[in-house]
Design a protein around this ligand. Structure first.
Ligand code: ADQ
Length: 457
């Protein structure tokens, strides 16, 4: 039995070599990091948008040890603009993260979303053989389950929604709320990160579709879909191995030696949902209030560039850079600057070295489906403390983190004070408890169990 994964992003992106060939490099991001190992394990087909080098329609991956086939769809410029930047990232993304004022509900963008979803569905149907399992991912492709269902009435279809599912009043602002729900309900199994998202989704089905719901199921048009909370895990072993590698350890020591201060760390895609400006402002206020902390703490903020074609992301970048400049300008003295800002994707080794070097990890999104960084830090940390937003899906499973309300500057500063002063024994005990849970549901288990659950429906 093979697996067919359908997602917008591809797991590896092509990069030209000097000799004219292509190297396929792993993409950065939660979803692709999650599914590549799963598909390597089962074999099958991954269908995704081939962004760079669109003429390459198919490739066997990973390059050095091929385990599955990547089938790449070519999208026109207008499709990318309207389907991806337009509807996915200007309508569904802000709406699901409660940023209604940032949404643009444009009818042409919606129509393109429908057309492009159909192309993904057709590719999945063409790849499908009896006995296969289809797993569709995320908000860019919510209509695909229904479209596949119409062509393959008996295929096992799963769908995972990786971002928050908002409360019903927010979801109702979407002009195509019924269509979106109907699209998702083509799946046998719908997964989300938390039980709250599942409850809100069911409430939306009742309210918008007048569908019947029971414990964990939605009945709609003669079919039943199960809706389950299955928070994603990380590759715990991979992160632990990296964390104990001598070269990574040396790099962590080097970071600490260079700064000679306590280290606060933020690692995010540069996205307005991640609460980066709020975090910087809270740090600024902390330094104002604790003059003794000046020269003794550095915040390293690593931000990976994201969605730069969308205006609000460019504005966010300018705002963050402005804040970093202003705060550094205000507090820098005798060779110490409070913020080190890294605006690029970093390698896994570099990432883990920073997790190892950090005293306090700041994961303070205003809203986040789950947040993998919180789990990665937990797997790698020496004996650091984790500050975690109550609005990240991961907060449900990570009660031992110092939980904060990122909208409250005072609350953030207090959490920082608490984390910085936490006794070593307590930090170790909290990490220990968090880690034991990471092992119980790592990424491999999450993906394998979900695929099994789809097939068992
Ligand atoms: P994302 O919004 O991308 O994922 P997240 O879960 O934090 O958010 O995953 C980001 C990934 O990118 C992590 O693996 C992190 O290590 C990596 N990363 C971030 N910045 C980086 C940098 N500068 N350099 C290198 N790597 C970097 C979406 C949802 C989340 C959900 C995941 C998985 O928005 O809520 O947790 O999918 O379902």
């Amino acid at each position: 039995m093979a697996l067919i994964v359908v997602s917008n992003r591809e797991p590896y992106a092509p990069r030209s070599r000097d000799d004219g060939g292509l190297d396929w490099v792993p993409s950065i991001g939660g979803l692709t990091a999650a599914l590549d190992p799963a598909l390597q394990h089962t074999g099958g087909t991954w269908i995704a948008w081939g962004e760079a080098h669109p003429d390459v329609r198919e490739v066997q991956l990973p390059q050095d040890n091929p385990r599955y086939r990547l089938q790449r769809l070519r999208l026109s410029e207008a499709e990318v603009r309207d389907f991806y930047h337009g509807f996915s990232n200007r309508a569904l993304w802000p709406m699901s993260h409660y940023f209604i004022e940032r949404t643009r509900y444009d009818v042409v963008a919606w129509q393109t979303y429908v057309t492009v979803n159909r192309r993904f569905a057709e590719a999945a149907v063409a790849a499908y053989r009896n006995g296969d399992t289809i797993w569709v991912h995320d908000y860019q492709l919510a209509l695909v389950p229904r479209m596949i269902r119409e062509m393959l009435p008996d295929a096992p279809i799963g769908f995972f929604w990786h971002i928050p599912w908002p409360s019903t009043e927010v979801f109702r602002t979407l002009p195509w709320d019924r269509e979106l729900l109907d699209g998702m309900l083509g799946a046998d199994l719908i997964g989300m990160h938390t039980t709250d998202y599942v409850r809100y989704f069911q409430a939306a089905c009742r309210r918008a579709l007048d569908a019947d719901t029971d414990e964990g199921v939605v009945h709609w048009q003669g079919r039943t879909s199960r809706v389950v909370a299955r928070p994603i895990g990380i590759e715990v072993d991979v992160f632990e191995d990296l964390a104990s590698r001598p070269d990574v350890e040396d790099e962590a020591d080097r970071i600490r030696r260079t700064l000679q201060t306590l280290i606060l760390l933020g690692v995010d895609r540069l996205d307005y949902t991640k609460g980066i400006p709020e975090r910087l402002e809270a740090f600024d206020a902390y330094l104002d209030r604790h003059p003794d902390a000046r020269g003794r703490i550095t915040l390293i903020q690593i931000a990976v560039p994201s969605r730069e074609q969308v205006d609000s992301y460019r504005q966010l970048r300018a705002r963050v850079e402005g804040l970093v400049g202003r705060i550094n300008g205000k507090h820098t003295h005798s060779g110490w600057s409070p913020i080190q800002y890294i605006y690029r994707g970093v390698s896994r080794e570099e990432l883990v070295a920073h997790y190892r070097a950090a005293d306090v990890m700041l994961v303070t999104p205003l809203r986040d489906g789950l947040n993998l960084v919180a789990k990665e830090f937990t797997a790698c940390s020496r004996d650091g403390a984790l500050i975690l937003s109550r609005f990240a899906g991961a907060a449900d499973e990570m009660k031992e983190a110092v939980q904060v309300n990122p909208y409250s500057p005072g609350g953030l500063a207090e959490a920082l004070q608490m984390a910085l002063n936490m006794p070593l024994e307590e930090k170790k005990a909290r990490l220990q408890r968090l880690r034991s849970r990471l092992h119980a549901s790592d990424l491999r288990t999450w993906a394998e169990d979900f695929v099994k659950e789809i097939a068992d429906q």
